[in-house]
Every structure is written in C-alpha cells, then in structure tokens.
Ligand binder design. Sequence first.
Ligand code: HEC
Ligand code: HEC
Ligand code: HEC
Length: 313
Amino acid sequence: MAEALKIDNPTKSATCAACHAPLQTVEPTFLAANAHPEDGVSCVTCHGVSTDDWLRSHTRPDWTHQDRVAAGMRDLRNLYIRANSCVACHQNIDPQLVKVGRHPQLIFELDGQAVSEPKHWTEAANWQGGQAWFVGQAVALREMSWALAHERTDADLDAPRWAGLLWLLQRCDAGDALPPIAAVSNEASQASYAGAMDQADVIARRGAEITWSSDLTKTLVKKLAATHPDFLDAATAQPVQARRAERLVLALDRLLASLPVAQRPPAAGAPLDKLFQLAQSVPDFSPKDFARELAAFEMALNPVADAKVASRD
Ligand code: HEC
Ligand code: HEC
Ligand code: HEC
C-alpha cells in the first residue's frame, strides 16, 4: 500500500498512523515519557488521555464509574460517546487510500465490532445489542453525510452508500419510542447531506438515551423485513438498491443476534443466509431476487401467518 501511495514509512506517516498508531502523529515533545507511540491503537485512544486527574485513582474500588468520568476518563458506557470514539477511525477514509492503495473500504457497525473486539469489560445487566447497533448506524450516517457535504470522500462511491444507510434509518420506525429520520431527500445534494447530518445526530442521541427493550428490537426487525416492496421500485438506481441491501442484511443479523435465544424466530436463519449471499456483490445485485427472498424472510418471522397462507393455498 505504502509503495502504491508513495509513502516512505507507513508506521510513522500520519496518512496511516492517524488511525493505526495515533500517538505517532503527536510531536514527541508533547508526549509523556512513558508513552508508547509504537503501540498502535492503545488504551488512551479509546479511554481518553491518561492524566493524573483520573489515572491514579480510577482503580480504587470505592470509585464509581461516574466518579471516574467526572475526573476526566471518557464515558464509554454511554453508547453515543462510544460510537463517536470508534467511528473516527472506522467509517470515513481518504478515497485515494482505497483507489490507489487498495485499502479496504470501511463500514462502521458498532454492535458487531464491539462484540468482535477483544472484549475486556462486562456490559450492564440491561445491555441491548440492538441499541448499540442503532446508535452506531445513526452515527455512521452522520459521519458519511459530513464527508459528502465537505467533499472529503468520493461521491460516486459513497453517495449510494449514504443513500442506502439513510433509507435504512428512515425505515427504522418504532413510533414515539424511537421516531425515524423524516423529511430528508435521498437525492445527493448539499441540502440532503446537511439534513441527514443533523437528524442522524438527533436519533443517535435519542437511541442512546432511551431504555431499550427486546420488543423494540422486534419492532425494528418487523419493519425492516416489510421493506421488500421498496426493492421493486424501478425509480431507485441499482447501486443504491445494492447498498440498501448491504446495510439491511447486517441490520437483520445484528438485531436477531441481540434477541434472547428463546425469542429468536427459529426459521429465520436460512432465509437470512440467502439474503447475505444476494447482497454480497454490488455489480451483480438483483433487486428483484432480493425482494423475493426478503418476502420469504418476512414469512419466516411469523410461522403462524405462514401456516395460514399455506392452508389457504
Ligand atoms: C481512517 C482510518 C484509517 C486510515 C487513515 C488507514 N487505515 Fe488501514 N485500516 C483501518 C481500519 C479500521 C482497518 C480494519 C478494517 C477491517 O478489518 O474492517 C484497517 C485495515 C488495514 C489493513 C488490513 C487489511 C486487511 O485486508 O486485513 C492494512 C494492511 C492497513 N489497514 C494498512 C493501512 C495503511 C498502509 C494505511 C496508510 C496508507 C492505512 N491503513 C490508513 C483504518 C485506517
Ligand atoms: C484511533 C483509531 C481507532 C479507534 C478510535 C478505534 N479503532 Fe478499531 N481499529 C482501528 C484500526 C487501525 C484497526 C485495524 C487494525 C489492524 O488490522 O492492524 C482496527 C480494528 C478493529 C477491529 C478488528 C477489525 C474489524 O473491523 O472487525 C475491531 C473489532 C475494532 N477495531 C473495534 C473497535 C471499536 C468497538 C472501537 C470503539 C470502542 C474502535 N475499534 C476504536 C482503529 C481504531
Ligand atoms: C478500541 C477501544 C478500546 C481500547 C483500545 C481499550 N478499551 Fe477499555 N473499554 C472499551 C470499551 C468500549 C469499554 C466498555 C465501557 C466501559 O466499561 O467503560 C471498555 C472498558 C474498560 C474497562 C472497564 C471494565 C469493566 O467491565 O468495568 C477497563 C478496566 C478497561 N476498559 C481498560 C482498558 C485498558 C487497560 C486498555 C489498554 C490496555 C483498554 N481498556 C483499551 C474500549 C477500549
């Protein structure tokens, strides 16, 4: 990658180190004597700069989490703050790095990424993966909108990805508990980017604040499974349809995985696997095939309705 991009030392150059080894981008005179720039992504990247205000005392058993946060440690238990911390490195990337350097495209999904990161903490008893998923997607949309509005990304590639994610969050309608993003056009324009950026931040904060429940997760799964007619809408360009599908399968996967095992619809696994296969390639994506399988997935969520239809046949 470095050769293609003509970078001498990728372990030190800010082009790579900004995300891969953030302390390498700080002037050595500003670093504490015990800092390790070569560590890559390290504790301070996520938990905040380790000042004496909190570092010495934060292991005291009589300190609550709130005490630590009040002393300056970053409040990563708050999902909005957590999402903002991770998204900085996990969504937007300079398009040259992807085009010339063949860097993988980034896609931010807080729930899955928080699960697969070596997890060194216990979540609260009322922890809901669906909530992390939702807050993460809203924050991802805000950051994509920002990058498009400021021409910090390749619009040919990212405008369809943006439109796909905006569509998804517009379909996440849980009524008063969690109203969807409304009244933002899917057409790529400065006005839409600005509108999406503001509204995505509003729903991200709201999503992090509310008390989440399995019922809310189930409502979202149902709403999203019912979107199959949208894939038959001829007015939506194929690349946008492909990007809708890409985010949608991830959404269904994370939302179902976050339900207690006993509440997961047992027949949904096989149709979801098919949806994943169909959403894998953007150029080969067939909205019609996807719509058909999504309708089958919706049926599988509700075996009772399924049986009724079968007996009518
Ligand atoms: C905006 C943040 C960001 C920047 C800048 C960045 N990377 Fe990455 N890079 C990531 C993330 C996040 C991943 C992990 C992606 C994943 O696994 O989904 C990654 C993954 C990689 C991988 C692993 C690829 C693979 O297929 O497993 C390599 C190698 C890499 N980056 C090299 C570089 C180099 C070299 C540069 C500078 C030219 C660079 N990165 C700049 C964020 C960044
Ligand atoms: C300073 C930038 C930065 C921040 C902040 C950051 N990451 Fe990463 N993360 C990276 C880079 C760079 C890689 C790729 C490392 C590699 O392949 O060597 C990575 C890799 C990962 C991976 C493994 C690859 C993948 O995408 O599955 C997970 C999981 C992950 N990060 C989760 C998180 C979570 C969760 C947070 C927030 C709590 C977070 N990261 C915050 C830069 C960052
Ligand atoms: C990629 C981001 C990331 C990195 C890097 C990271 N953490 Fe964390 N850490 C988190 C998140 C997210 C949580 C969960 C929120 C919380 O409990 O505060 C957490 C929680 C913790 C907790 C609380 C555990 C509990 O259950 O109460 C400790 C202690 C901790 N981290 C220590 C460290 C140390 C030490 C390092 C460096 C060796 C480190 N972390 C690196 C993201 C990170």
